[in-house]
Design a protein around this ligand. Sequence first.
Ligand code: ASP
Length: 288
Amino acid sequence: MILIVHGGAGSKKPSGRNLRTLSVALSAGFDVLKGGGSALDAVEVAIVVMEDSGLFNAGLGGHLQFDGVKRLDAAVMEGKHLRAGSVIGLEGKKHPVRAARLVMDTPHVMFTDRGARMVASVLEPLPDISGKEIRKLSAIKRRHVEILKLYEEHFSTVGAVALDRYGDLAAGASTGGVAAMLPGRVGDTPVIGAGVYADNASGAVSCTGNGEAILRLSLAKEICMNLKTKSLSRASRHSLKRLLRIGGRAGVIVINRQGRFSIAHSTPYMASGYMNDKTSEVRPSFHR
Ligand code: ASP
């Protein structure tokens, strides 16, 4: 059994509070695994902790879009039957990852707009947007010329992958997208095969970083495909290099059914960590 989490890849050093929250997320998710829960349950619980914290670009801490509205994306996938669920631009809910899980339990895979809100209607609402968030958006808008740089500073999407005692894999991710993004823009996170993928036959992957490049490469699925012939770290590094060649920087967490894993990023930092029966570690960066 093993659980891996990340709190976004970027150029800013993650704070101590962010790292401590990752530890809390790992403990909460790993408790689920120890209690006989599924990899999918563990991924969901770990991501909920990060969404709740307000410290990451997900859930409570999700970025405001250009028009001052918080629209959040999330996805989950399990590797046994390849079931998946995702929500795009979900408004007014604190735990988009739970909404993605609810979508997975319908006959469908993706919901946006009203459908997403209907599926998520039972979930806890987001509190009102604070004055601090509005001031932050105004400051970001003033720096519009530097927006691309800003995107990289602000990658703090969250994600998790897990292997449970039954040998099943799962992956999940949750985000507020990129800073001050235009309403309607969709990144990689809610797109199955781009931001997340899980298949017991290969592995489970959760990505963060430049969503447009990740989409163009179908990064999570590409890494899973390459796991058939390459080691985890080679498959991750190979795809991160290909991503760099098309102008994207990213971070990935990858796991297989043997419990081997890789944490890799082409950005200076990616707050991340893992927990298994023997050990646990959280760091501001792993291999680059
Ligand atoms: N990949 C996310 C997006 O493009 C951003 C992130 O990872 O922080 O929406």
